[in-house]
Ligand binder design. Sequence first.
Ligand code: B4P
Length: 182
Amino acid sequence: MFIVFIGPPGAGKGTQAQQLVDLLGIPHVSTGDLLRQAISDGTDLGKSASAYMQAGKLVPDELVLGIIGERLEDPALAKGCLFDGFPRNVDQAKALDGLLTARGTPLDMVLEIQVDSDELVRRLLARKRPDDTPETISHRLEVYTNETAPVLQHYADQGLLKTVDGQGTPEDVFQRIRQCVE
Ligand code: B4P
């Protein structure tokens, strides 16, 4: 099963992904985690991505699509995975459609996690990651509205989109997600 998680920064994609991959027994592919790993390893990819992330901007598509293309070659992903934080714009979504269709394994479901912006800001400021400053958060929310929200329509047009209320405890949210996938 191939699933995409979409939601604004702080919606709980990473938090919920941990539980969902355990339930479904599929690998977790988080572009945010892969980029942070590249930065901590000091690779060329990490050096290129770092400034974009610190500024709350999207990392350029060619870098992100390079990571995804490489991950999809892993035999562990033959039957499915959970994409967390990818795709983040319509060009990335179209590229993913192409990659998965070429393999004969199209997406099964896209789950949107919705949380209101006051709650998002509260959660991110409490987390204290380097890209969780008030200025960066505000820019990331703008980027979500302008670049990522249109991806929802792209998947709604394909009949793949399901929306989950991301407010409440992580356990409450997970029960809602569970109902969508079961
Ligand atoms: P990501 O790593 O994807 O992170 P995120 O959107 O900020 O957070 P997420 O929704 O996963 O929140 P989390 O569960 O951690 O992206 C970071 C950056 O990487 C982007 O800004 C961009 O620069 C770059 N990037 C990544 N993918 C890219 C792509 N495809 N293209 C281009 N650039 C890309 O939850 C946040 C906090 O809330 C945590 O502290 C958590 O404990 C808490 N929380 C979660 N659920 C809660 C709940 N129900 N109640 C209370 N608190 C909760």
